[in-house]
Design a protein around this ligand. Structure first.
Ligand SMILES: Cc1ncc(COP(=O)(O)O)c(C=O)c1O
Ligand SMILES: N[C@@H](CCOP(=O)(O)O)C(=O)O
Length: 511
């Protein structure tokens, strides 16, 4: 059913002036805030990178750090790896997590970090003009700004969905975080800037990385190929043949990636890329690699920032491979731990009913996880039956008093059409998240006054075929209740007037 692919194929202004002593210091108060206001290109330098270099040379070295540790490890564990190592799994075969030196970050209080992050928004200072790198100290603190590969991603709009909220849900406080209004049209840019920047650093250090590879349902591959192309790094993408949209397929092709269209589903491609990256000097770019989530978590920080550091009640995220739901949890949790906010929102992960292993696990009371064979869904980017980040997702949901919901094909397509009819142009995955919201509102779990954020994960323009099918009433076993097909009309004045009069009558206010 899903649309198928063709056969073709500082400020300087916001520099952080770090204290010279490595001794613990009293927490900085906002009044001692050390962000220098200065416009980017004040020093006769030729571009923003040069300016960043000049600033770096005059600054003291960073004193924040991060490392890989086993995910959710026992506190007694001493296993850890430098971020400069090429490692995706712990000794026991479990997931890894990037652990920041929180005690170093805590030398600065919440007000300090809020002010610092706020000061960097809306500037072109390298690299802080990016919504991800404006939080560099919390993302990859040790990377040289010169190695960063960025499209100034992030800083996506948080849209007040006034009409959708009021009209369909009697809600005043419904917001949509448009992570898909981004360089390659999905939230993957947030993670990929971090991963490709680290690869760039590794290559400069002469580490054996010849290329970067991923399995993809279309968005990871688009982001990977764009960032790699921008840095001149070879990218290799494994795509499930005929299961991604044309718009997504053409992105890595245009960006010069080595594209393999493989006769299997996403889970099959994921298995293959894991085997291949264990053998060849190809760095793995899927979210199994915990570096990606460091970038993705900044969307959560941005939401808080956009609400002037007030915490919403609910955040709803569509889930597939399940890295993103954990990334949101991690972003919110860091803000709480570092004193920027005093609580975190409740998280909802929304799945397509045709690809719902997490939902089934949740419904079983977290008794037993079983991968499923995911079947075709209009939400094609989340057609995933064996998510690599299942443990991360469960952790995020349990620790945020979270919920999992699911949406049938008809529900998700109706929700997408309803949202579009109020001026949005969302992707089917966002339709899944909105369906979850509709269900939770109808059951009274989410209250009319709850401030709720739905995360929109990709741009609707990547999924136009699904909208065409829906609005043409061309989907088997679906009512397409909100279809709005074009009216065919003869090219004469009378015929045009007839249809217009009928239309205007149907729209005239009734008294
Ligand atoms: C558009 C879109 N939405 C949602 C998701 C789900 O994100 P995750 O795999 O991190 O759960 C993906 C990718 O999987 C996606 O491409
Ligand atoms: N939707 C994803 C699926 C892979 O997810 P990842 O976050 O593990 O890379 C895609 O677009 O490929």
């Amino acid at each position: 059913m899903a649309s198928s692919s063709s056969s073709l194929f500082h400020s300087s202004s916001s520099s952080l002036f770090l204290p010279s002593s490595s001794k613990p210091r009293p927490k900085l108060k906002p009044t001692h805030f050390t962000v220098k206001a200065q416009s980017p290109l004040t020093h006769n330098t030729s571009n923003i990178r040069d300016e960043a270099r000049r600033q770096n040379a005059t600054h003291e070295p960073h004193r924040f750090s991060a490392k890989y540790v086993p995910f959710n490890a026992d506190p007694s564990s001493t296993e850890s790896y430098s971020l400069d190592e090429i490692v995706y799994r712990s000794q026991s075969g479990g997931l890894l997590d990037v652990q920041h030196d929180l005690s170093a970050l805590k030398r600065f209080d919440g007000a300090y970090w809020r002010s610092l992050f706020d000061s960097r928004v809306g500037k072109t200072t390298w690299p802080y003009g990016s919504g991800v790198w404006s939080k560099k100290e919390w993302v990859l603190p040790e990377i040289d700004s010169d190695h960063i590969v960025s499209a100034f991603e992030g800083n996506s709009n948080l849209f007040w969905a006034e009409r959708f909220g009021k009209h369909f849900l009697s809600m005043d406080e419904l917001w949509v975080k448009h992570c898909g209004i981004s360089h390659t049209g999905s939230f993957k840019d947030l993670g990929m800037t971090v991963l490709v920047s680290q690869v760039n650093r590794l290559r400069k250090m002469n580490r054996p990385v010849v290329g970067v590879g991923c399995a993809s349902t279309g968005d990871t591959s688009a982001a990977l190929s764009a960032y790699c192309a921008s840095a001149g790094i070879p990218s290799i993408v494994f795509l499930p043949a005929n299961r991604i949209s044309i718009a997504q397929l053409v992105q890595p092709i245009a960006n010069g990636a080595f594209v393999l269209s493989i006769d299997t589903d996403f889970d099959g491609c994921m298995q293959l890329i894991r085997e291949v990256t264990a053998e060849l000097p190809i760095y793995l770019a899927n979210s199994l690699n915990s570096l990606r989530l460091e970038g993705q978590k900044t969307a959560a920080i941005e939401i808080l920032q956009q609400f002037d550091w007030q915490v919403p009640d609910w955040v709803i995220v569509p889930g597939g491979n399940l890295g993103n739901i954990y990334a949101f949890y991690k972003g919110f949790k860091m803000c709480q731990e570092l004193g920027l906010v005093d609580r975190i929102p409740r998280l909802v992960c929304a799945q397509a009913a045709n690809a719902d292993p997490l939902y089934l696990y949740f419904k079983s009371g977290w008794k037993e996880f079983k991968p499923v064979k995911a079947t075709t869904t209009f939400a094609s980017a989340i057609q995933i039956g064996d998510p690599v980040s299942i443990d991360r997702a469960v952790y995020a949901l349990k620790n945020s008093n979270g919920i999992v919901e699911e949406a049938t094909e008809e529900e998700l397509m109706d929700a997408m059409a309803q949202a579009d009819s109020t001026g949005m142009f969302i992707c089917p995955h966002t339709g899944v998240a909105l369906s979850a919201l509709i269900k939770l509102r109808n059951s009274g779990v989410i209250k009319a006054g709850d401030r709720t954020v739905v995360v929109s994960t990709a741009h609707g323009l990547k999924f136009t075929q699904s909208k065409i099918d829906y609005h043409s009433n061309n989907i088997r076993d679906m009512n397409c209740r909100y279809a709005n097909p074009p009216v065919q009309v003869k090219a004469d004045f009378g015929s045009v007037m007839d249809v217009l009069k009928k239309y205007l009558q149907s729209k005239a206010p009734r008294h």
